[in-house]
Design a protein around this ligand. Structure first.
Ligand code: IVH
Length: 721
């Protein structure tokens, strides 16, 4: 949540078209930069205008132009100016407003008890200072604390009466919010009715639960992809249909503030609850117990909450989150630390809008603005030309970012990103940083529009754009970039899993003409001296590499099919093809129709596989592999054999060190089958991060739920790689 400590006031009577600030070069900030004289009063006025303008883009249009950090800088500057010159403070200044007032479309809800905000600290010293102040006031420092992720979404207050959800309201300005009950009912994990029997504690007649509505990162990516594909139904009325959401937080806010609850229902929204607001009836006496009670009642609480006995453990837990911040399925922008005991909470009380008993330990922002220096092109394994942004280095979320993806030419034009622009860059999850969009107000004259080149930057061959595709491709099937990337894919973990062969090595082997395609990898064993002559290639590295190459010959058929790099064939399809045909030979001999008839394999994949197999150059590669002794068939001609034969597994959630496809391929390599749904037959559910629904089903059926370590142990036990 941006500027968490200071919430914003929207522009008065905002309309989607409101743009209180002109966007030409005569904007006050440019004038200030150019050194023109501005006295403090004028500057404060400019800052107020700019903040209102950006508030409108953020809250009303869900389409921010500047990063949170930039907004914070404007806000801080205004506050400092007003503190130095209290006579300039106006009643309607954003600094005097305590939050975004309700939108006119929804009925106003008076919160029975104010929804509070949180103070921020940014490092260990800040956290220890907060603890010292709290200890002094409480006259004790032995209190336990709870740490929980600070989820970047939209605060929500849910009121339950006799166990039924009767009202859901946004935070608004803390006292008055918007009644969004019907929309919130569309969110599947918001309990509509509570099961009184689920906890021994009596259910208060009426109570309020507070939490954060968010959009999981995966859902956000998928939704943007669907909008990109032209699914206009997903797009809010009154907006340009092709507009992508800037980030999950804005997408969640937009999803909740829909006039039509069905549109909300089409958005992948979730909730995580973190607090009991008020209750008519007895409730637990600590925060930790409250969380457990809420969970028992069926509320999804914030994930990975921890209770710590003292300050050092709390500090360590906060620091420990930073490198893991991307591992959660939702965006988090910090850690909330809360004193566990409600008696201590009551003793400490509230100052302004912030409780003294809780604090937000904020992470460096995941968004920043920087300059787009150049749009360069990378040619992928399928020959696709992928434009990417080369940026003036900027620190985003604690890491320096120099490059970011730009998807395709159409996307660049849709976002209207131009070379020379100041752009918003965002890091989300392990995903490569993205260019969210330009800061139009800072566009300089001469910013250049991008045009995809007519020729491939690697091979120089003409670029083609297949009908109905937004992507451009090199027309040369043996473009050096394509061939090299294909070899990288062949040796990758889900493929032949050859250690020590990264992009640099593969390029070197091509440059030294040691290989021409994937088939030549198995001939490297005869080129020991040439390998030893390469830089950073000691005896041991060569031995390890050759041993890994040798080992890869017995990879399962599914890994080989995946590794060949046939367009559209991922791990799952490779496994289906391997299981059905049982050998490369059978696959080579199959017609397109026969391939399409395999359950789970569609016509597009069938066309792609058949045409790959029919290409003489590919047949040559397969020939080389067969000659080298690479395993070309499923043991037992397609029937499942192996130590796990007859056992069925289901994989869900995000695994830390594998893709789900790779884990499935490894299990299948041992004879197991991997299915998409938990049933009575399932031997075990392997659950990574997230994946709530399947876990619940497994728990209901009494199916064992394994974590990743148990999967690895099983594979190791059976000698899988
Ligand atoms: S506790 C008095 N816990 O952060 C405590 N808030 O800056 C009030 N938020 O409005 C909130 N995750 O929308 C709390 N685990 C969490 C949170 C959380 C996200 C949001 C919430 C609140 C804002 C305060």
């Amino acid at each position: 949540m941006r500027g968490a400590k200071y919430t914003r006031k929207m522009a008065e009577n905002p309309t989607p078209d409101a743009a209180p600030i002109e966007q030409d070069s005569a904007r006050p900030e440019d004038a200030a930069v150019s050194g023109e004289h501005y006295d403090a009063r004028n500057r404060a006025e400019e800052l107020r205008d700019q903040i209102r303008y950006h508030n409108n883009r953020y809250y009303v249009l869900d389409d921010p132009e500047v990063s949170d950090a930039d907004w914070d800088a404007l806000f801080h500057e205004l506050r400092a100016l007003e503190e130095a010159h209290p006579e300039f403070v106006t009643e309607d200044s954003p600094t005097q407003q305590v939050g975004a007032g309700p939108l006119e479309t929804f009925a106003v809800v008076e919160h029975r008890e104010r929804l509070l905000s949180l103070g921020n600290v940014f490092d260990e010293t800040g956290l220890r200072d907060w603890h010292r102040r709290a200890s002094e006031l409480a006259e004790r420092d032995d209190f336990a604390m709870v740490t929980e992720p600070k989820i970047d979404g939209l605060a929500m207050a849910l009121v339950y009466e006799h166990g039924r959800l009767v009202q859901a309201a946004t935070r608004g300005d803390g006292r008055r919010g918007e009644n969004v009950t019907e929309n919130i009912r569309q969110i599947p994990d918001v309990p509509q009715r509570l099961d009184r029997a689920s906890t021994p504690r009596a259910l208060p007649e009426r109570f309020e639960v507070r939490g954060e509505v968010y959009m999981p990162k995966a859902g956000f990516e998928a939704m943007n992809a669907r909008i990109e594909e032209g699914n206009v139904a997903l797009v809010e009325a009154g907006k340009k249909p092709q507009r992508l959401f800037a980030n999950p937080r804005n997408a969640a806010a937009g999803g909740v503030r829909q006039k039509d609850p069905q549109v909300t229902a089409s958005r992948p929204l979730s909730i995580a609850v973190y607090q009991l607001g008020w209750a008519d009836g007895p409730t637990p006496e600590t925060h930790w117990e409250t969380l457990g009670w809420l969970r028992a009642l069926g509320f999804p609480t914030t994930p990975d909450c921890e209770r710590h006995a003292g300050l050092d453990a709390t500090v360590a837990a906060c620091g420990g989150w930073l490198p893991r911040r991307d591992t959660l399925p939702m965006d988090m922008d910090g850690v909330v630390v809360k004193i566990d005991d409600f008696a201590v909470q009551r003793q400490l009380g509230i100052v302004g809008r912030e409780p003294r008993w809780a604090i937000a330990y904020k992470f460096p922002p995941a968004e920043a603005t920087t300059r787009l220096l150049k749009i360069a092109i990378n040619v992928g394994r399928t020959g696709r030309l992928n434009p990417f942004a080369m940026l003036e280095p900027v620190v985003v979320g604690g890491a320096t970012v120099r490059m970011a993806t730009l998807h395709n030419e159409e996307d660049i034009h849709r976002k209207d990103v131009r070379v020379g622009d100041t752009v918003i860059v965002r890091r989300a999850g392990e995903v490569i940083p993205q260019v969210v969009g330009p800061v139009l107000s800072r566009r300089k004259r001469g910013a250049r529009r991008f045009k995809m080149p007519d020729r491939c930057p690697v091979s120089g061959d003409p670029v083609v754009r297949p009908e109905n595709e937004v992507m451009a491709y090199c027309s040369n099937p043996v473009c050096p970039a394509v061939v090299r990337r294909t070899v990288e894919h062949f040796v990758s973990r889900g493929g032949m899993d050859i250690d020590g062969l990264g992009e640099r090595r593969v390029n070197e082997f091509f440059d030294e003409e040691l290989i021409e395609d994937a088939g030549d990898i198995y001939r490297l064993a005869d080129q020991r001296d040439a390998l030893l002559a390469l830089p950073r290639m000691a005896e041991k590295s060569v031995d390890n590499l050759l041993a890994s190459i040798k080992r890869s010959k017995s990879r399962p058929l599914s890994a080989l099919i995946f590794g060949l790099g046939v367009r559209h064939v991922g791990g799952e399809n490779a496994a289906l093809l391997a299981q059905h045909f049982g050998s490369i030979e059978a696959l080579q001999g199959a017609s397109e129709e026969e391939i399409a008839a395999v359950g789970g394999v569609g016509p597009i994949i069938a066309e792609s596989v058949a045409s790959w197999m029919a290409t003489p150059r590919n047949q040559e590669i397969v020939g080389k592999l067969a000659q080298a002794g690479v395993r070309m068939s499923e043991a037992g001609g397609g029937a499942r054999e192996g130590p796990l034969a007859g056992q069925q597994f289901v994989i869900t959630g995000r695994l830390e060190s594998w893709t789900r496809d790779a884990a499935a391929a490894a299990l299948k390599g041992l004879g197991a089958s991997v299915s998409g749904a938990v049933t009575k037959k399932t031997a075990a559910l392997i659950a990574g991060e997230g994946g709530g629904g399947k876990r619940e089903k497994a728990e209901k059926l009494g199916t064992p739920v394994w974590d990743e370590a148990q999967l690895v142990a099983l594979l190791e036990l059976h000698g899988a790689d």
